[in-house]
Design a binder for this molecule. Sequence first.
Ligand code: CU
Length: 134
Amino acid sequence: MSSMSGGRKMSVLQIVVLVLAIVLIAFISWWFFGKHDTGAVNATMVGDHQQVEIKVDGGYSPETVVLKQGVPAQLIFNRLDKSNCLDEVVFPDQGIDEKLPAEAVKKIPFNTDQAGEYSYACGMNMFHGKVIVK
Ligand SMILES: [Cu+2]
């Protein structure tokens, strides 16, 4: 009888651990996917090309944009920030090094032939963003 109740205690503990594990996994996936949802923005098709606006204001917003592979793309940098720090944007992997005029919009064509993740930064490599081609 004592071994029966001992077995029952074990199973209750196991259920508690299992429930806690499920709650923890649910929380982690919510956290993980939630971050992805708010972090990455997909480009939208406009005529024959895709485009996405990136606000430049104390950093890049959205920080990550997603482009479709093989579709001509334009990144539209909208620089609201007057500080010199963000007056240049550099994509080392794509050989792009462009000036961003203050309080203006600059359209930068982006080659989407190759899938991959392309990081970019301001001229001083202080602020960072990412373009994902897939
Ligand atoms: Cu900078």
